[in-house]
Design a protein around this ligand. Structure first.
Ligand code: SAH
Length: 340
């Protein structure tokens, strides 16, 4: 087992099972996440025989950075996992802090037509340790303290639910990386039963929904998941989430030229979201050479923004990152795999 995949609770149980005091878990966490050592031998306040046992039962292994691309306020990392698979993480410098966009799967099976990550089908889920490892490695490489995590990299987090929940626990733990729940955002394409499960976790973590279309006909045509969980079911689950958690939901809306950016779409979207505790994040589409879709121009984007505003919907426009480093949203991995 990889030590970075252990929640504090699991590690406490481990120590109890081997007849040790459970506070040893806190000591190990301190070495891993505060002092950031990379071997058990460096954990000098832990008895020799316990170190031997730890070495038998765990490894301390992180994904390896194989390439890094730098753009304005953005660093894109390509990782190699221990079985040779590749995933990406993106570090972004904002005025409010430093965020890392983390991958949760190798590839993705959700099949959204605009998305580069889904062009290559899912190979496997990431282990919790491989998500924690992305954060640890980027912090080490960049020498920056990551203050925000967005779970929006390659993969569908709710298709790897348990590992993602453990990941959140580890990075959120005061004894771990101590990233505040309100600084963590998980984004889903809309797997309704998992949204309901997530609601019951009662966390302060932010939920973002990749909506991208205001009606079933259009959404069906660009997001396969909508056929399994149409808008009626999705919106009902989101309403319940808001009622139970009192948290505001973010709706992501990629702007695709001639597809979902008409005035009619804006009115329909406003109507769909009216009265909900939410806001819309309009996302400039990152064009890729493999997919024949275009981004909505800036003028049309502002017009769409104004229409939503006038309808009383909270709306923001996402800052564009990384379009200039040819590695937007999953392209680093897919280009790499292609060249191979
Ligand atoms: N599977 C999850 C999280 C990963 S995708 C989800 O669907 O939410 C993270 C976000 O990036 C989603 O909103 C997705 O629709 C969006 N996205 C995918 N490809 C994109 C592209 N080329 N340009 C801009 N956003 C993109």
């Amino acid at each position: 087992m990889n030590i970075y995949g252990q929640t504090l609770e699991k590690l406490e149980n481990y120590f109890e099972n081997i007849g040790e005091k459970k506070f040893k878990a806190t000591q190990v966490y301190d070495w891993l996440y505060k002092k950031k050592v990379s071997s058990f031998d460096e954990m000098t306040n832990i008895k020799k025989d316990v170190i031997v046992k730890l070495k038998e039962d765990f490894k301390i292994d992180k994904p390896q950075i194989i390439t890094k691309q730098t753009g304005r306020d953005v660093y894109k990392y390509l990782f190699e996992l221990s079985d040779g698979n590749k995933v990406e993480a993106v570090l972004m410098i904002h005025d409010y802090g430093i965020s890392l966009c983390v991958s949760t799967q190798v590839g993705c099976n959700m099949g959204c037509i605009f998305c580069e990550s889904g062009r290559l089908k899912k190979v496997r889920n990431l282990e919790t340790s491989e998500m924690v490892g992305q954060v640890m490695e980027v912090e080490r490489d960049s020498r920056l303290k990551i203050t925000h995590i967005v779970i929006m990299g390659i993969g569908e987090p709710f298709d790897n639910y348990d590992n993602v929940m453990d990941f959140i626990k580890i990075i959120n733990s005061g004894k771990g990386l101590e990233i505040g729940a309100r600084h963590i955002t998980v984004s889903t394409c809309g797997i309704v039963p998992k949204i309901r499960k997530f609601t019951d976790e009662n966390l302060q973590v932010n939920l973002a929904i990749s909506l991208h279309a205001p009606n079933d006909e259009l959404r069906n045509s660009i997001m396969k998941i909508n056929k399994a969980y149409p808008l009626k079911d999705l919106m009902a689950a989101i309403k319940d989430y808001i009622d139970k958690t009192h948290r505001r939901v973010t709706f992501e809306y990629i702007m695709l030229k001639g597809i979902n950016d008409s005035d009619e779409c804006a009115y329909e979207l406003a109507h769909l979201l009216k009265g909900l505790n939410c806001y819309v994040n309009l996302i400039p589409y990152n064009e890729t050479s493999h997919i024949n879709l275009e981004k909505t121009g800036e003028k049309a984007r502002m017009h769409f923004y104004d229409l939503l505003k006038k309808q009383g919907i909270g709306v923001t426009i996402r800052k564009e990152f990384g379009g200039d480093v040819s590695a937007a949203c999953g392209q680093l991995r897919s280009n790499y795999e292609e060249v191979k």
